[in-house]
Design a protein around this ligand. Structure first.
Ligand code: 3MF
Ligand code: MG
Length: 344
């Protein structure tokens, strides 16, 4: 059986300016065209977009203007042999999204969130992609009693249904995260995201995007989260990265904190032949604040190199030996086999 080839993708936010909550940007902004050039340089095929990365100031434009601008972007991508992987409505930066969009206590803000998400669907369709990523960033609480979780859950289903209703072909990948920027999020794990999709008007069009660090922040093993989604045919994108325990959201290079955990994620993607589904491998990684501008793409190159090395490690793993150990229930021998294979 031929071994499937992976397709890689990146978002403009992965070439950030190094700002953190305690300090300002330390690098100049990377112009959008340079993001595309970096993607081509790295051999990536896909670009991930926030709605307003693709169409800046889209709130000030008519639906027809939005479509025209997105079509121009599609052509720009095609000229560079790139495609749009997904569009994510960026609800979390806008004043109307201050208390979450879909679950805001303010009806006008909820309406805004759904309208903006429908515009994101228009952008996606004009870019030639059918995938919307929903990162429900502020759909949660800082003060638990400020929202009713029952009502919030219903509102999230309503929002998913409204987005599905915007196009007969649009698919939604929910990207769960348990906390940050909110204290507690309503969609913290893959199980929650899939259950939400199952309650929607068209469960076949709702899947997930798994970010390694988000699973770790939820106290879960990213490879098991991936396995759960893959078994259901619902893993429609990944944001591979790493996270050193329960700290602030780090977006570290894939494998930087836990190389074995990264191996296990690649192992499960290989086991389910994720590459053959045509879904992309994205790296939601950020350069360290200390990194100088001229080498602030190294985190992407390193993540991809680690990923490809781990694909080799998975493909050369002595499966027969492992199977014998498993049959003997000699998991200590298996432990050593894995560690020596990774070290060797
Ligand atoms: C969240 C995401 C993105 C964010 C980005 C911002 C699609 O994990 O993947 O949403 O916008 O990470 O820093
Ligand atoms: Mg992400």
């Amino acid at each position: 059986m031929p071994e499937s080839q992976y397709r890689f993708s990146v978002g403009p936010w992965n070439l950030g300016r190094g700002a953190d909550p305690f300090g300002p940007p330390v690098r100049p902004a990377v112009p959008f065209d340079d993001v595309l050039a970096v993607a081509v340089d790295l051999g990536f095929d896909g670009i991930q977009f926030h709605d307003d990365d693709a169409v800046p100031d889209l709130e000030d434009l008519s639906p027809a203007q939005i479509v025209a601008k997105a079509e121009a972007m599609r052509k720009k991508l095609a000229d560079m042999n790139l495609v749009a992987e997904f569009v994510a409505p960026r609800l979390w930066e806008h004043p109307h999204g201050i208390d979450g969009g879909y679950t805001s206590n303010d009806a006008a803000c909820r309406k805004w969130a759904i309208d903006r998400s429908k515009r994101a669907v228009d952008v996606a369709m004009a870019l030639g992609c059918d995938l919307i990523v929903l990162w429900p960033a502020r759909e949660g609480t800082g003060v638990r009693e400020s929202k009713c979780p029952v009502e919030a859950s219903r509102r999230l289903v309503d929002a998913v249904n409204a987005i599905l209703g915007a196009s007969p072909t649009v698919r939604i990948a929910i990207e769960p995260k348990p906390n940050e920027p909110v204290d507690t999020a309503f969609i913290p794990t893959i199980g929650h995201a899939l259950a939400l999709g199952a309650r929607s008007a068209d469960p076949a069009r709702v899947g997930v995007l798994i970010e390694s660090a988000h699973a770790i922040l939820a106290g879960l093993d990213p490879s098991d989260e991936m396995g759960f989604a893959l078994a259901a045919g619902k893993l429609w994108s990944v944001h591979l990265n790493d996270q050193n325990g329960l700290k602030y959201d780090q977006d570290k290079v894939f494998g930087a904190a836990n190389l074995r955990g990264a191996f296990d994620q690649v192992r499960v993607l290989e086991a389910a032949d994720y590459a053959a589904t045509g879904a992309f491998v994205g790296f939601d990684v950020k350069a360290q604040r200390t990194q100088k501008a001229e080498s602030a793409t190294a985190h992407l190159a390193t993540s991809q190199a680690v990923f490809l090395k781990l694909v080799e490690k998975v493909r050369t793993f002595p499966v027969n030996t492992a199977d014998e150990m498993i049959a003997q229930r000699d998991y200590e021998a298996l432990e050593r086999l894995v560690l020596e294979h990774l070290l060797g």
